[in-house]
Design a protein around this ligand. Structure first.
Ligand code: NG1
Length: 452
């Protein structure tokens, strides 16, 4: 069973279901499946009933916009999480075994008493991501949840804390596996939404990009994923001949162990509320996401940018500034806007964050449009435009969103020197860049330079 690739049509129009496939010995991942199956048998003394595979992803453009309601353009990578699963009706235990047992400790707990433990310092232990997924299905099923134990063996090769969505691949895999054990219908969009909601138990107030691409990726395409008015994915063919290279700075950034990501989420929510008030909307207190405000005020991208420049100042906002302008108390600021990990925030950058989000959302639409144009008629100039959009995205992430890292900058500088357009991919502050090379040969040369 795989949460990427082509799905089978469901019974309900518009639904696309995860395909349940038979193991193909010629498949690229067959060897991984066989060794994971053997590990499962060694651990539990019986064969697994089924496998689940969920890919990591690389986002080509549209960074830090999903939680503001805007669309993104990711694609799946080959690296994936694979689970071998079996139900155990005799008891109600969740049993987790990682193939790399030296790094990832074994975990057992009762499915009726799931608890996600978030440490004060450092990131959560790996099995918490799995628990999120099981909890997501438990909540979805409510009284329909069937008591049965779940045995799991896991193999993963998505680089950790590298912006390639290893955490969401694990959460989404747990959701898919649990849904199948519970004989639920495997509608991709529903499972993607459940996965996005339940990953919030980890404490990161992320959008739904990673979980959406985990379920909606299609071989040979990037996906333009929209969240508004509802989750939707449109396959986008990338320009013929171009090669996208993902390079890891090897700086680990565990989002759940820092407040950087949630701080940006908070600033975006505050900026939205501030702008909504400036527009004298009767319901201005309802707005939390830039996209909803855009729709309400029927703003196009340029008008939105102007609004940000007119209404938000460059310098830092204090708590007092915010409370006074929004007519709220400090306590309301803490309960309505700040998350548990951002209670310490004293100052906020609103204009810079808002500008990035609005401009980046425009770049995603342009990127898709140019890709579609390129399918109709090849043009070197258009390919160059795609590279420019990636460069602008990176510049904005560095300057306005402040989520780059000196080692990422070194990679980007090396790329520019080679005439290759590159940008940080994923949340940033470390992790990977994605670079666009205009031919396979150029990519080979480029990779040699990076390796050197
Ligand atoms: P990564 O890079 O995998 O941590 C995070 C969020 C995405 C998105 C990007 C930035 C999670 C699970 N994912 O991805 O939703 O906001 O950052 O574009 O937090």
């Amino acid at each position: 069973m795989a949460a990427s690739g082509n799905g089978t049509a469901g019974n309900v129009p518009g639904e696309e279901h995860v395909a349940v496939q038979h193991l193909q010995p010629q498949s690229k991942i067959y060897d991984r499946l066989v060794s994971l199956g053997a590990f499962y048998k060694q651990q539990y003394g019986t064969e697994p009933e089924f496998y689940v595979r969920v890919p990591g992803r690389v986002n080509l453009i549209g960074e830090h916009v999903d939680y503001c309601g805007y669309s993104v353009l990711p694609m799946a990578v080959e690296q994936s999480i694979i689970l071998a699963i079996g139900a155990n009706p005799e008891q109600t235990q969740l049993q987790l075994r990682h193939l790399d047992g030296k790094k990832f400790q074994t975990f057992d707990c009762d499915l009726n008493a799931l608890e996600i433990k978030l440490p004060k310092v450092g990131g959560p232990a790996w099995y918490n991501y799995f628990i999120c997924g099981v909890k997501g299905i438990q909540e979805e099923l409510g009284a329909k949840w069937r008591e049965t134990g779940i045995r799991v063996a896991l193999s993963g090769n998505v680089p950790l804390a590298a912006g390639l969505s290893s955490s969401s691949a694990l959460v989404s895999a747990a959701v898919l596996a649990t849904a199948h054990v519970q004989s639920m219908s495997l509608d991709r969009k529903l499972l993607a939404s459940i996965s996005a909601s339940c990953e919030q138990y980890i404490g990161t107030h992320s959008g739904g990009m990673d979980q959406a691409i985990a379920y909606l990726a299609k071989k040979g395409y990037a996906q333009h994923i929209e969240f508004h008015p509802k989750l939707n994915a449109t396959p986008v063919m990338l320009p013929a001949g171009c090669c996208f290279v993902v390079a890891n700075s090897c700086v680990h950034k565990n989002k759940a162990a820092s407040s950087d990501y949630n701080e940006r989420v908070v600033e975006c929510r505050l900026a939205t509320r501030w702008l909504a008030k400036s527009q004298k909307l009767p319901n201005w207190q309802d707005f939390m996401r830039f996209k909803d405000l855009e729709e309400e005020c029927q703003l196009d991208n340029a008008a939105y940018e102007q609004l940000v420049l007119q209404q938000l100042k460059q310098s830092l906002y204090t708590r007092d500034d915010i409370c006074e302008a929004l007519g709220i108390t400090e306590q309301q600021l803490e309960t309505d806007f700040l998350t548990p990990s951002t209670q310490h925030m004293q100052q906020f950058k609103l204009r810079q964050r808002a500008l990035h989000v609005i401009q980046e959302s425009g770049r995603v639409l342009k990127f898709r449009q140019i890709c579609e144009q390129l399918q109709r008629r090849p043009s070197k100039e258009d390919v160059k435009q795609l590279g420019k959009l990636m460069q602008q995205s990176h510049h904005s992430l560095r300057e306005l969103y402040e989520c780059s890292h000196p080692d990422l900058e070194r990679l980007v500088a090396l790329s520019t020197k080679q005439g290759v357009s590159a940008r940080v991919t994923g949340a940033g502050w470390g992790g990977c860049i994605v670079a666009m090379c205009e031919s396979m040969e150029a990519a080979e040369e480029y990779v040699k330079v990076l390796e050197a």
